[in-house]
Ligand binder design. Structure first.
Ligand code: ADP
Length: 578
């Protein structure tokens, strides 16, 4: 029997749920309530316990998971919410597929991509194995057309697969910096038309980054023969990368050597690519499911002072990791190779959302050194607790099958999951939870959110700001329209310094601080961190170059920048007064 639940969902959360998640009948009428959705998800995931516990205990976990989600303390990634207990049954957001250097291999990958994308998963590919443009094709004595031209086929296929009628797919395309076609790849998206369903990232090696430091050449390697087929000046390539990123946001960089230094299963394979938003480096055919803890709900007040509720956070991490491990059992997989790889490494990605809101509620400015300390303390704690619960699960259920030969065997740590933590963007689930996205600062205090739901536009004044304005008696008919009009607090008369300090927005924060926050999280995340280094429109290209260099020096696994206004359509726009 279903009990009535009280879920505190905002208007925007309801809009998102209605547009994308709730079940519809043949006439497209919604036939499911949010309560029913969460019941279905909790019941489906708790079935993941079936191999280890009694029916009573399954029911215990069903209730725990229901509470975990309906309290909005934690939400799993969109495919789990959309598909659990429903016919597709595919629950993971992140996939990497191999692309072999043959016609069969390439079109097999296109087909596999289609099978993954129609279930709501995002796909990442390394195209580094493909022979370069102009290379000989033995079977036809013709010339190969090269990675970029084949990427267009993937792009076109994605354009035409709408995920269960819900959203368009997303891809990550990676090419190693030492691939002979690297220059064509870097500039591939400059026309604003090509590869629009791809995020692209250059696979930067340490060799390349060192050549850059020393202003020297580096070798281009033929992917089939492994031989050097040319040389490029690292600085010239880097300059092209920086200018393209400055103009369009693409390409980002993935630091492949840094990524592989923390590959938990190096003997199973080398990591060449990530999922679309970069937070999960994966081996070919691996998938990973994500979940995020809502930090804005991990706060308590003691004698009027807000602080992090560590006890609640611990309990939430423990349940969340168990939930994500159960997702691996409860899910269905689009192709057998993915099921095999995923169940061999059992990677999960627990992260968080609402970091900016947490800081505001603690009275800490995102732009201050204290914010870096909070980031570090929170993530260290989540990392340690995740490790502990994954060890307990290993004792109950066994280690992940590829554990033998993994870095954890070398260290003598028995674990259920090859990875446990990641910071996802939480683009949609943070709207459902009604908090700030991932670890990002507030983007704007008043904004128009377009393209998130096909064709719909949402207007918002940040509710947290409203709350603070009310505290100061400033939620007036004069001030609110002014903030909406300007898209922020700048130049609005009568706003106290404290509010301006706490409600600092993304474009006002120097790039170094964005990087420090990303690095603080990365130090305690075993996968990777999705973060956009948002830059004002008038940023110089030299600053982008500086950010990319520093990212490598700081040990980040990747970097993505976005200069405001550099794409014709962007998800977030400042102000609503235009
Ligand atoms: P959500 O909030 O919907 O759970 P996120 O914004 O946190 O999703 O993104 C997490 C991951 O989900 C991305 O890195 C990507 O792998 C996948 N993803 C997000 N949006 C899409 C999309 N439109 N199509 C395919 N995959 C997506």
């Amino acid at each position: 029997m279903q009990t009535m639940l009280e879920i505190k969902l905002s208007k925007n959360a309801l809009k998102v749920l209605e547009a994308r998640y709730l079940k519809r009948d043949a006439e497209r009428r919604i036939i499911e309530t949010p309560e029913e959705l969460f019941h279905l998800v909790a019941g489906c995931i708790a079935q993941g316990e079936a191999m280890w516990v009694s029916p009573q205990q399954i029911d215990h976990w069903r209730r725990e998971y229901l509470e975990l989600m309906t309290s909005l303390d934690f939400l799993p990634n969109s495919p789990t919410l959309m598909n659990a207990g429903k016919p597709l049954g595919q629950l993971s957001a992140c996939f990497v597929l191999p692309v072999e250097d043959s016609m069969e291999g390439i079109f097999e990958a296109v087909k596999q991509m289609a099978l993954v994308q129609r279930t709501g998963g995002g796909t990442g590919f390394s195209f580094s194995r493909l022979r370069p443009k102009g290379d000989l094709v033995a079977s036809t004595s013709g010339e190969a057309s090269g990675p970029v031209s084949f990427m267009k086929i993937f792009d076109c296929a994605t354009e035409n697969i709408k995920q269960g009628g819900k959203r368009r797919g997303a891809n990550m395309g990676v090419l190693r910096v030492d691939h002979p076609d690297i220059m064509e790849f870097i500039t591939a998206k400059l026309d604003g038309v090509t590869l629009q369903n791809f995020n692209i990232s250059v696979g930067a090696t340490d060799t390349f980054m060192k050549a850059l430091e020393q202003d020297s050449d580096y070798e281009l390697i033929h992917p089939r023969t492994g031989k050097c087929v040319g040389r490029l000046r690292a600085n010239a390539v880097f300059d092209t990368i920086v200018h393209a990123a400055w103009r369009t946001g693409d390409p980002g960089l993935l630091f492949l050597d840094t990524i592989n230094r923390s590959n938990p299963t190096p003997r199973v394979g080398e990591i060449e690519a990530t999922n679309p938003c970069g937070e999960i480096p994966l081996l070919p055919y691996e998938s990973c499911n994500l979940g995020s803890i809502n930090l804005s709900r991990m706060i308590h007040e003691r004698q009027g002072h807000p602080s992090v509720d560590w006890q609640k956070l611990r309990a939430t991490v423990r349940k969340a990791i168990r939930f994500l491990d159960d997702v691996i059992e409860a899910g269905r997989y689009p192709i057998p190779e993915i099921e095999r790889m995923t169940k061999s490494n059992r990677k999960v990605g627990l992260g968080l959302m609402g970091f900016a809101e947490l800081l505001i509620r603690l009275g800490v400015s995102y732009a201050s050194p204290e914010a870096v300390t909070v980031a570090e303390n929170i993530m260290r704690f989540i990392d340690e607790e995740s490790l502990a619960i994954s060890q307990e699960l290993a004792a109950e259920r066994g280690v992940f099958p590829n554990w033998k030969g993994s870095v954890y065997e070398d260290r003598g740590i028995q674990l259920r999951n090859a990875t446990r933590t990641a910071i996802a963007p939480t683009g949609t689930i943070s709207i459902i939870a009604g908090t700030s996205a991932g670890i990002e600062p507030l983007f704007a205090l008043a904004y128009k959110r377009s393209h998130v739901l096909d064709g719909q536009t949402l207007y918002e004044l940040n509710p947290l700001l409203l709350e603070y304005l009310a505290r100061y008696g400033l939620d007036t008919n004069k001030i609110i329209p002014e903030i909406l009009e300007r898209g922020g607090l700048k130049d609005v008369d009568g706003i106290p310094g404290e509010i301006k300090r706490l409600f600092v927005t993304s474009l006002e924060i120097p790039f170094e601080q964005h990087l420090r926050i990303q690095a603080a999280f990365q130090r305690h995340v075993d996968n990777s961190v999705s973060k956009t280094i948002n830059l004002p429109h008038d940023t110089a290209p030299s600053l982008v170059a500086e950010a990319y260099r520093q990212a490598w020096e700081m040990g980040l696994k990747g970097i993505t920048i976005y200069r405001y206004g550099s794409k014709q359509t962007q998800v977030l726009e400042l102000g609503v007064g235009e």
